[in-house]
Design a protein around this ligand. Structure first.
Ligand SMILES: Nc1ncnc2c1ncn2[C@@H]1O[C@H](COP(=O)(O)OP(=O)(O)OP(=O)(O)O)[C@@H](O)[C@H]1O
Ligand SMILES: O=C(O)C1=C[C@@H](O)[C@@H](O)[C@H](O)C1
Length: 297
């Protein structure tokens, strides 16, 4: 599986923000931009492109915004394994993320970060940014299960072989990941239901993205339930059926998510993406476990 993880990895490299002017020097309105890109080649097979656009526009709300795009391609593999992602953050926020991650990273000692949470809680979105700022690689356990099953999608695996088969494959994927380092893992929403999975995830640091059900249902309604087999059974409009089914699933899972080392509570979800909270919660956990010193005043 290691090779397959490699197919997914993004080898993120954070942009050296010192290459950018920190603030516009003038006081009036104006704008400027800087582009920085870097290409890495590993044995001529793996190509990672990181590009950043840095926009200073004092006259608009987009002032001091930074957009970062990470694109990964692996020679001879189909486009579906090409990963790309981007995020937009105020410049100060981007600098804060970079600083916080640099503070935390040595204390992680290479341990993997496992993001757990309900379907649609943002594990993929947050995970890609966390991996970029920490210099970790990003993997998605659902994708690895699909790859281990000859490319059969999660929805098809459920349909053809049943949930039990999927859960066993998922546990096997987690076991293999637990032997690896420097990964941010976006887990499947149901990993928390199998106690053995915790044995593997506790080799690293687990973070629960706790998002209100209404926000989850809204996001899922926006993209549909096609890829989420556990939401296929209800009738009604997509939002209502997703909300009803998610409520039942969360009830069945009880306290399972609370086994995570850290919890990011995203109550006011519209206002934030969760990357910063996730880093702060990981820092809190590292201090609690004693590997990171608590600042003395
Ligand atoms: N903070 C946020 N605010 C609004 N939308 C978000 C936020 N985070 C993620 N989303 C959107 O919600 C959807 C689900 O996000 P994502 O795929 O990251 O979740 P996930 O936990 O990985 O889901 P799954 O486990 O089902 O794969 C995506 O369309 C994403 O763009
Ligand atoms: O919450 C769940 O149980 C699931 C979430 C998805 O990520 C997939 O792992 C699968 O659809 C099951």
């Amino acid at each position: 599986m290691e090779a397959r993880v490699l197919q997914q990895l993004q080898h993120p490299t954070w942009i050296d923000s010192d290459k950018f002017p920190r603030k516009p020097t003038g006081t009036g309105s104006g704008s400027g931009s800087v582009r920085y890109s870097r290409r890495m080649k590993e044995e001529q097979r793996l190509q990672v492109m990181i590009s950043a656009q840095f926009q200073l526009n004092k006259a608009s709300n987009r002032r001091n915004s930074v957009s970062v795009e990470v694109t990964c391609s692996y020679k001879n593999f189909p486009a579906s394994i090409m990963e790309s992602g981007s995020f937009y953050a105020p410049f100060d926020e981007a600098v804060m993320l970079k600083n916080k991650s640099q503070e935390i990273e040595p204390y992680l000692s290479g341990r993997c970060i496992y993001l757990v949470g309900m379907m649609g809680s943002g594990k993929t979105t947050v995970g890609k940014v966390l991996s970029a700022v920490l210099g970790y690689s990003f993997v998605d356990s659902d994708t690895l299960v699909e790859q281990e099953t000859d490319g059969t999608t999660v929805a098809e695996i459920f349909k053809l072989y049943g949930e039990g088969y999927f859960r066993n494959k998922e546990t096997e994927v987690l076991r293999k990941l637990s032997l690896m380092h420097r990964l941010v893992v976006s887990t499947g929403g149901g990993v928390v239901t199998q106690p053995i999975n915790w044995k593997y995830m506790h080799k690293g640091i687990s973070v629960w993205l706790d998002v209100p059900l209404e926000a989850l249902a809204e996001r899922i309604a926006a993209v549909g339930t096609g890829s989420r087999p556990l939401l296929h059974h209800e009738s009604g409009d997509t939002y209502t059926k997703a909300l009803r089914r998610l409520s039942t699933i969360l009830e069945e899972r009880g306290e399972a998510y609370a086994n995570a080392n850290a919890r990011v509570s995203l109550e006011n979800i519209a206002a934030k993406l969760g990357h910063r909270d996730a880093l702060e919660e990981i820092e809190g956990y590292l201090k609690e476990e004693g590997s990171m010193a608590i600042a003395e005043f």
